[in-house]
Design a protein around this ligand. Sequence first.
Ligand SMILES: Cc1cc2nc3c(=O)[nH]c(=O)nc-3n(C[C@H](O)[C@H](O)[C@H](O)COP(=O)(O)OP(=O)(O)OC[C@H]3O[C@@H](n4cnc5c(N)ncnc54)[C@H](O)[C@@H]3O)c2cc1C
Length: 494
Amino acid sequence: MEVSKVEIRFGCGRQAIRLLSSFMMDIRATLRARLDAAVGSAQVLTAPGDIAPYLTDWRGRFHGNAQAVVRPGTTHEVADVVRACADARVPIVAQGGNTGQCGGATPQPGSEAVVISLARMNRIRAVDAANATMTVEAGATLVAVQDAAAAAGLLFPLSLAAEGSCTIGGNLSTNAGGTGVLRFGNARELTLGIEVVLADGRVWDGLRGLRKDNTGYDLKQLFIGAEGTLGIVTAAVLKLFPAPVTRATAFAALADVPAAIDLLRAMKQALGDRLVGFELISGPSLALTRRQFPSLPDPLPGHPWYALVQADDSAANSPLAAALEQALAAALERGTVDDATVAQSGEQADSLWALRENIAEAQRLDGPNIKHDISLPVSAIPRFLDEAETALTVALPGLRFVTFGHLGDGNLHYNLAAPAGVAPETFLAHTPVANRIVHDLVAAHGGSISAEHGIGQQKKDELTRYKSAVELDLMRAIKAALDPAALLNPGKVL
Ligand SMILES: Cc1cc2nc3c(=O)[nH]c(=O)nc-3n(C[C@H](O)[C@H](O)[C@H](O)COP(=O)(O)OP(=O)(O)OC[C@H]3O[C@@H](n4cnc5c(N)ncnc54)[C@H](O)[C@@H]3O)c2cc1C
């Protein structure tokens, strides 16, 4: 706005350009002075080498620009930074561990944005064991939060492969899922309270540790999953659970996906709430992972599908392994399962989980691939897989399917790798064709095109294709109400 006013007032000649650029330099200098005053100049990074890691995502697929990266240490400092940016009409991009999958934390190319890194706001403010809650700052890594809960003899159950680097602020802002959703829910279900810096710099302190609170709209839910487009999350009150004392882990070989769904039902029946995770792994996904990580075990070679089953119990001396073995034996007898093994030690359980947790990294080492993070009603998954495989094989002959995911949540990582002999980069040119086939089928089966990774900049156009006009209107109205100047993470989600 300011720029166009200046252009009109001074015309378009060389003098106008000089005046415009000195005007822009003034704005930058004023903003820089306010940022320095807010957080101290040592926490305002502007040198290209210093800010480069914040300007690209972890997979190197998205690249952007920013005039500065600011690292506040308190909520008050975040508020000062936001106010300074709002006054200067400068976009703001919140960043946690930068492990997001959809480019949400990367500023746009050519942007003059200020990136706010929450990394220094990493304190555990309080653990309330009697209330089974903890209050943590947004920049605390997920693993630090898990460790603090464990130190109090409790469990924070959110768990995902990036937990050493991702932060609670990022987890809430993407409504992260992971491997315990079947039992404990997404980040949304694990959050009781939240503290947010709003687009105008005001702080909303909603840090309530209540399990019942029907006092109007549940505002925290607006900010969870908003990917930094509605406010900057600075702290949260999280739910804690009794720590598991007994654990049992099994690996089962299956003929097809309907058999995996039968096994899931049987495990729910046999284990109830003690069933924590149920992961589906295709034979090709396992083979790829073992090719990249040959030291990993190959417990049941040569089957088309596998399920990794995790059961936990907080009661000491629980006959959990026996219950799991019994359920597996019954499934073997029924013919649902072709073969199965139960881990005999914590190390064996860890190595079974390593097979699952290294698939994404194995794919990265294998080369670029076309990824889909989708969810479907569990009952619709077999038909979806059949129809998608038929359509994709016709459109892109020879492609390799790398299918795995959180079957218990109906969430598949439905990834497509280049046919043998085709350069992965060449194969990536087919992404739009593959996305259309996969996402149209997902929509036809009542599913979601983003189960747990969010929208970011990657799926923005897909969102407008698959959300109804009414839903998009509602989302835009919320955005306009909370961020009228559209400065919070522009170009993301909407
Ligand atoms: C190996 C690997 C495995 C993964 N597995 C899973 C998985 O199983 N399940 C899953 O859900 N995700 C998974 N992810 C994705 C990713 O780890 C999660 O999305 C995570 O929650 C992002 O946290 P982060 O701190 O890295 O956020 P970032 O990547 O820094 O940011 C993500 C988004 O949140 C916004 N944001 C960050 N912090 C704040 C804040 N304080 N306030 C407001 N907005 C903010 C950013 O602007 C951006 O839009 C995985 C990623 C990797 C690399």
